[in-house]
Design a protein. Structure first.
Lengths: 339, 477
């Protein structure tokens, strides 16, 4: 079976799975709606040419209350897994995750600052905008720190990322101390959440993600060659530094677009690429699309769990609580060396 | 399309105007890292269709030169041209269509199939949007066939042995279809069988008009397989040419700071380098072994391969060495011939007759010192031992007790004891030092066996090592 047929097969299957998860998730909540009704409502909605009858209340609950959140979860899961795949390949390190160059910490500082600091940010930046801008600035700063004479050794980048994250962690702690009344809001944001999503929240990531994902898809072959090591990659015709810059920039923007809206949702970008690598192999041409789709399903499913309890809990807690044991199971049941 | 180099082979397509243009031209190449200069004004030209072995001590700049040739490193100054293109000015894609590199480190961290790794070799020929073509498939299949890697092409590289991984990476380089192939220590992590197979394969590729440059540690493998050797030392070319012109004792001593003997390999006929360990090296710091004492005549009695090593070592140490009597066809005879020594020979399997014995006696008399190797003694070669008893100074090499190698009986034992009483008894590693000491008239007891122990017992104690018998200033009082 060629790689192309495997890629198409897996991607189709995972897309179907995602659709299924979305339909089931949209039916779950304080008001339970059968999946068939949900499907009818979805297919009657704007982009689809169908018109099935359904109760107005159900329609409103599905389309205006639950669906924005579900679609955002799908986009964010998709984005984090995409960035995770790229970062793990880029650093040739299975422990790399999307925030390894400080994107999440940067976003957190921007977000917490808008909540805590008693003055408005310039240019009318709201919480999400500030988080996005500070995330990008952080990643760029880490890149500049690690770059010398046009070369960015990945080891230096990794360490610079760790150092900057630690520093920003201190800044966040300092802001927390002075947060007073808004402490609860800050902590809630930091844990990663998808509650209260509107269609406007979805818009930003829906615009940013697709073109960058297509760009990264075009670089999957380069990512494969980079896995052999930078020197080999150069000998095989990859413009190593330019490719690294592009991959780093694209995956940082993708990550920033996700965390700016939802806060820091950990583990998705680490374990979904891992799990998929164990299943489909290390070739990025199949790994990237399948991980992205699996990440989308994973976050929709975990967020459904997060909001279906008596009290809603931040989704970041659920991803970690579910993801870690699943990951350990994979680790033990497959050969560890396969990582 | 049987030409493995396709349309990228510069030599195949080269215009008639410049048929003699070397494929690789490096002029005044200078590369440094920080304050250290690695390559310091290196000039070299390599013709198409040659297999060049890059030799030299660690840190001489072999890998740096390879990295400059494939464009990984930009030169500080100077030019690097391959197929008439300036490598530093090429995009890495264009450079990787001219130069393919087999890296030293063959580990691949992620679990790609071997075939997928080889397919990556086609990357230089593909555009970002271009698909995989029939040409690509053909090139990959050819490369896998050439390297005999089809068998494990569908296995993950992480499960392959070092030799198999090497072949996969070589196949990857072949799939690049470049005129120039670089190999960085291709044999470093391989067993002898795979070393030979790898170099045979490169040799074969070169005979089909590829050009290969390989950094090779093993001078003898390099000498055997390469058309030319390029000896680097201190960032410059110390010698460049056919192996026999590059591997000279003087050049090796200057480049490696090592004591080496160059001879001709008895089986392959290639130049053969034997590096001598420090024990064989006449240490310059020893007062008893400075340059003056090293000149002197030494006659060596051996046979059956027991003396070959001593012949090489003593010759390398600068003594005027003779040997015999030896049988024609004996390993020691071959060694002596290779070293162009004065050797007394008798017919194969024949004993030492009166004529030969007289010849040996003349050499013993002329010699300042006689070395008797750890040789097995029969009636045939007993005359050699008798002749040796006339020597002024005797160094007796003992590895096994004489009783184990005496096939004559009491008569030989008496001759041997006579010899042993006045000899310096050493183990095989310390012959040149003992000879040097004997010639300078050093204290015999340093090398002899403790006398009261010796007379009390017929059991021959193991010879003491010279290293443990250092002069008093080196010994704790």
């Amino acid at each position: 079976m060629t790689l192309r047929t495997r890629t198409i097969g897996w991607s189709s299957a995972l897309t179907a799975a995602l659709a299924g998860v979305v339909v089931i998730s949209a039916g779950i909540g304080p008001v339970s709606i059968p999946p068939l009704t949900v499907a009818k409502i979805l297919l009657s909605a704007d982009p689809f040419p169908f018109a099935f009858g359904a109760a107005d209340t159900s329609r409103i609950i599905v389309l205006d209350v639950r669906l924005p959140r579900i679609i955002l979860a799908a986009f964010v899961g998709f984005a984090l897994s995409t960035a995770g795949v790229v970062m793990q390949g880029f650093f040739r390190n299975p422990m790399a995750d999307p925030s390894i160059v400080g994107v999440s910490s940067g976003a957190a500082v921007g977000a917490v600052a808008t909540i805590v600091l008693p003055f408005a940010f310039p240019l009318g930046l709201e919480l999400q905008g500030a988080a996005f801008v500070s995330a990008i600035l952080t990643a760029f700063g880490v890149y500049l720190i690690a770059t010398r004479d046009g070369h960015t050794p990945t080891a230096t980048l990794l360490l610079a990322g760790v150092a900057v994250q630690t520093f920003l962690g201190a800044v966040i702690s300092l802001l927390l101390i002075h947060s007073g009344q808004s402490l609860r809001r800050v902590v809630y944001w930091l844990m990663g959440h998808l509650g209260g999503t509107t269609w406007d929240d979805v818009l930003v990531i829906a615009v940013i993600l697709p073109p960058l994902f297509v760009l990264l898809l075009l670089y999957t072959r380069d990512l494969n060659v980079l896995l052999l090591g930078e020197e080999d990659a150069h000998a095989l015709g990859i413009e190593v530094e330019r490719t690294k810059r592009l991959l780093l920039a694209a995956s940082s923007v993708v990550t920033a677009a996700a965390v700016a809206v939802t806060g820091v949702i950990g583990f998705v970008g680490l374990i979904v690429p891992h799990a998929m690598r164990l299943i489909v192999g290390p070739d990025h041409r199949i790994l990237l699309p399948t991980s992205a789709l699996a990440g989308a399903s994973f976050l929709v499913a975990t967020d459904t769990l997060a909001r279906s309890g008596a009290t809603e809990i931040p989704v970041g807690i659920v991803t970690a609580a579910l993801g870690a044991p699943f990951f350990l199971y994979l680790l033990r049941s497959r050969e560890v060396t396969r990582l | 399309m049987n030409d493995p180099n396709g349309s990228h082979d510069a030599s195949a397509d080269s215009p008639p105007a410049t048929p003699e243009e070397p494929l690789v031209q490096v002029e005044d190449l200078q590369i440094g890292f920080g304050d250290t200069t690695v390559l310091d004004g290196l000039d070299v030209a390599i013709d198409s269709g040659t297999f060049v072995g890059l030799v030299g001590p660690n840190g001489a700049g072999k890998t740096t030169l390879l990295r400059a040739l494939n464009g990984t490193l930009s030169p500080g100054s100077g030019t690097v041209r391959v197929a008439d293109e300036s490598v530093p000015d090429l995009s890495s894609k264009a450079a990787s269509r001219l130069v393919a590199t087999v890296p030293q480190d063959t580990t691949v961290a992620f679990e790609f199939d071997a075939r997928a790794v080889v397919e990556m070799g086609r990357n230089p020929h593909r555009s970002r949007f271009g698909g995989w073509t029939a040409d690509d498939t053909a090139a990959v299949e050819r490369a896998l066939d050439r390297t005999d890697a089809q068998r494990f092409a569908d296995r993950p590289v992480t499960t392959l042995s070092g030799g198999e991984r090497q072949r996969v990476l070589l196949a990857r380089a072949l799939a690049q279809e470049t005129p120039l192939l670089l190999l960085d220590e291709p044999t470093a992590s391989l067993d002898i069988n795979h070393q030979v197979r790898t170099l045979e394969l490169v040799r074969e590729l070169v005979s089909q008009n590829k050009t290969a440059i390989a950094a090779i540690h093993d001078l003898n493998l390099a000498a055997h397989y390469c058309d030319e050797l390029l000896l680097l030392s201190n960032g410059r070319v110390a010698a460049h040419g056919p192996p026999e012109s590059v591997l000279t004792e003087t050049a090796l001593e200057a480049a490696f700071d090592a004591n080496a003997v160059v001879s001709q390999h008895p089986v392959t006929g290639s130049v053969y380098v034997t590096a001598l360990p420090d024990g064989d090296r006449v240490a310059e710091s020893e007062p008893s072994a400075d340059a003056d004492e090293r000149s002197g005549r030494v006659h060596v009695v051996g046979g059956g391969g027991t003396a070959a090593r001593h012949l090489y070592v003593l010759d390398a140490a600068g003594f005027d060495v003779s040997a015999g009597a030896l049988n024609e066809g004996d390993t020691d005879t071959e060694a002596a011939r290779n070293l162009a020594l004065d050797v007394v020979t008798v017919d194969p399997f024949a004993g030492v007759g009166p004529e030969a014995r007289a010849a040996v006696e003349r050499r013993v008399e002329a010699a300042d010192c006689v070395v008797v190797a750890d040789v097995e003694v029969g009636t045939g070669n007993l005359p050699n031992l008798r002749a040796a008893t006339a020597a002024d100074r005797v160094v007796l090499v003992e590895d096994r007790p004489f009783a184990e190698r005496n096939y004559v009986g009491g008569e030989a034992e008496r001759v041997y004891e006579t010899l042993r009483d006045r000899a310096r008894v050493v183990d095989p590693a310390n012959v040149p030092r003992a000879v040097a000491a004997a010639l300078s008239g050093g204290d015999a007891s340093h090398f002899g066996v403790d006398s009261d122990d010796d007379s009390a017992s017929r059991v021959q104690p193991r010879p003491t090592r010279v290293a443990e018998e250092l002069p008093p200033d080196d010994v704790e009082p």
